[in-house]
Design a protein around this ligand. Structure first.
Ligand code: SAH
Length: 294
């Protein structure tokens, strides 16, 4: 198992995602002889998991069942232990596309936080790219580094425990893209520029408040970044339902009845969608910019 590669069979030492139904999920570390308690009873790792295929339905000791899934960055985002606020898949999708990330990209990121975005970046830049991630909270930096080892992506990432606003990213002239998720991103814009390749690249900053966005946009312009654009990504889910519509009855002489409307069918079933009246959850603004060739 690795977060950037798929393997078929569950092995000792893997991290697996357990789907408990009704969109409820958790992750477990698979260990010979260990057990995990669920509301359906225990999962016995040696007997129930090791050697089984990912995607299997596993029966727990009380007779209920769960699905055991191969980990992905998307599943990690919904099951990871929160040490900070995190970025979710809707924002991550826009960040990945608008930073133009691809296999082989070199990316700088700060702060690492809980590693939600980091895992998605790693999956995209693998197998030849690299992530330089900077986190000034020592324990968060150490825990993230340990998770990257457990998830077998540590060869793709360097974790630095330092203040990005004072010390930068620890690399110069190597990054295709830089991502900032810190309270004062404008203080790190100069370091972002220094970390990027001479032929330019893309930068993105996530901020919940518009005042932070204003300061960041100003700093980006002062440092010569171009195409400064701020977006907010809101997800609108359509609720698809079946409804039953009564058929109009135009009486005996109606041409519709003469043709083929069956006399006893009084209603017709249709699929319809309703839009949400409001879209919950402002997460933050994403400010993108381009560093031109220098
Ligand atoms: N994007 C992350 C969450 C980042 S939370 C995720 O998806 O999981 C913000 C993190 O930035 C926190 O862990 C905080 O400790 C760190 N941070 C804040 N200011 C910083 C700075 N100046 N240098 C480095 N890290 C910083």
């Amino acid at each position: 198992m690795s977060f950037v590669d798929y393997s078929d069979v569950i092995q000792d030492g893997d991290v697996a995602v357990v789907y408990l139904g009704h969109d409820s999920m958790t992750h477990i570390k698979v260990r010979h002889g260990a057990q995990t308690q669920t509301r359906y009873g225990a999962i016995r790792h040696s007997a129930d998991l090791i050697g089984q295929r990912y995607g299997s339905k596993v029966t727990c000791t009380k007779g209920g069942w769960v699905y055991v899934l191969h980990p992905t960055p998307e599943l990690w985002t919904v099951t990871l232990p929160h040490r900070t606020q995190i970025l979710y898949t809707t924002d991550i999708a826009a960040i990945t596309m608008l930073l133009e990330l691809k296999p082989g990209s070199v990316v700088c990121e700060s702060g690492t936080g809980s590693g939600s975005l980091s895992h998605a970046i790693l999956r995209t830049v693998a197998p030849t790219g690299h992530l330089h991630t900077v986190e000034f909270h020592q324990q968060r930096a150490e825990t993230a580094a340990e998770e990257f080892r457990e998830h077998r992506v540590d060869h793709l990432v360097t974790v630095r425990n330092q203040d990005v606003c004072k010390e930068g990213f620890g690399v110069t002239g190597v990054a295709d893209a830089v991502f900032l998720d810190i309270p004062s991103p404008w203080e790190a814009v100069g370091h972002a520029k220094a970390a990027m390749k001479r032929h330019g690249g893309r930068v993105c900053s996530f901020s919940p408040c518009i005042e932070q966005v204003q300061k960041t946009c100003q700093a980006l312009a002062e440092h010569g970044f171009q195409e400064v654009t701020t977006v907010e990504v809101l997800l609108r889910s359509h609720d698809v339902r079946s409804v039953s519509l009564p058929l109009p009855d135009f009486g005996q002489d109606s041409p519709a009845r003469e043709k083929e409307a069956p006399p006893r069918q009084a209603a017709v079933g249709l699929k319809t969608t309703t839009l949400p009246r409001e879209i919950p959850g402002h997460t933050g603004y994403l400010t993108f910019a381009t560093k031109p060739r220098t």
